[in-house]
Design a protein around this ligand. Structure first.
Ligand code: ADP
Ligand code: MG
Ligand code: MG
Length: 211
């Protein structure tokens, strides 16, 4: 079964909840290798999206929800993550188009578009210790799951679990992009905060699909 507007709205609500629940953890991670604001930035952004969900109407699509998230994150999150996530959700919205229901292939398509948007904006490569290190394995896993005949839920579960592995795998890496790169070798031994928040958001997407 495909994922519709109900899923998209639930994804946003769960994202806001999970980012709020992990606010301190994201701040702590960013304090180790950045400026300590990632949890606050993300929490502010997703809290700002919640009241805007009331503007949706009966004919709204998952793409409309993704666009709402994009514009809100761009105007409220700031820092590196605001424009990066903003671009990700905007590209995902374009990929979703005016579909009312997203199957596994469409889910793999929106995740691919999101990741490509992050790369276009931030120019990070896999292994640079950024959110790309969560998104790239997630995209690969979702694409493979869709090709293997998984449904949309299965594609998202594969994406989320690969994103968690990708986030954990950033720990030994030396950062080559973003604020953490200023630390050089000293950035090794800490998990990238943006990779962690990406895994949280993808897990929220899978949980919304399972609900
Ligand atoms: P800032 O670094 O401006 O304070 P945040 O703390 O909100 O912004 O976000 C930091 C996260 O942004 C990093 O953990 C990393 O995942 C991500 N990031 C930074 N620069 C890039 C980039 N060029 N490409 C992809 N992701 C990046
Ligand atoms: Mg920061
Ligand atoms: Mg900052």
């Amino acid at each position: 079964m495909g994922l519709d507007i109900t899923w998209a709205v639930d994804w946003v609500r769960r994202s806001a909840q999970v980012v709020s629940d992990h606010r301190i953890e994201l701040i702590t991670l960013d304090r180790e290798i950045g400026d300590g604001d990632h949890g606050e930035n993300m929490d502010r952004g997703f809290q700002a999206v919640l009241p805007k969900l009331d503007d949706l109407h009966a004919g709204s699509t998952p793409g409309d929800v993704l666009k709402l998230v994009a514009t809100t994150l761009i105007s409220t999150v700031g820092g590196a993550a605001g424009p990066l996530y903003g671009t990700a959700y905007l590209k995902a919205a374009v990929a979703a188009g005016d579909s009312v229901s997203l199957d596994a292939e469409a889910i793999a398509g929106i995740l691919t578009a999101a990741r490509d948007g992050i790369v276009l904006r931030g120019k990070a490569e896999p292994g640079d210790k950024t959110m790309v290190d969560a998104w790239t394995p997630a995209v690969d896993a979702a694409t493979a799951a869709a090709a293997d005949g998984a449904d949309a839920l299965g594609a998202l579960q594969a994406a989320a679990s690969a994103a968690w592995e990708g986030a954990a795998a950033t720990e030994p890496l030396v950062a080559r992009k973003g604020r953490a790169s200023y630390l050089g070798e000293r950035s090794a031994g800490h998990r990238d905060p943006g990779a962690e928040s990406s895994a949280l958001l993808l897990q929220a997407a899978a949980d919304a699909a399972a609900a």
